[in-house]
Design a protein around this ligand. Structure first.
Ligand code: FES
Length: 77
């Protein structure tokens, strides 16, 4: 587990695994929710994967398709 970074996180979700992705940007364990959103009015995106899935989660917090990478990080300076 790590913090935020300027490239995507590749995550392998197991079948049946539920992942809560940080959407507030305050998590110290990005891209995962650590509860830091409480009181902000922003909630995590929670997804349960039916089958093993490779996820490219946004690490730069700039994607327009968060919690997933949309390639925006390639244009960051
Ligand atoms: S890491 Fe790719 S858009 Fe954020």
């Amino acid at each position: 587990m790590t913090g935020w970074q300027n490239h995507p996180f590749e995550i392998k979700a197991k079948a049946g695994e539920t992942i809560a992705f940080c959407m507030c940007g305050k998590s110290k364990n990005g891209p995962y929710c650590d509860g830091s959103h409480k009181g902000s009015g922003i909630v995590p995106t929670v997804i349960t994967y039916d089958e093993e899935t490779i996820i490219h989660a946004c690490g730069c917090q700039q994607s327009k398709n968060r919690p997933f990478c949309d390639g925006t990080h390639k244009n960051l300076k």
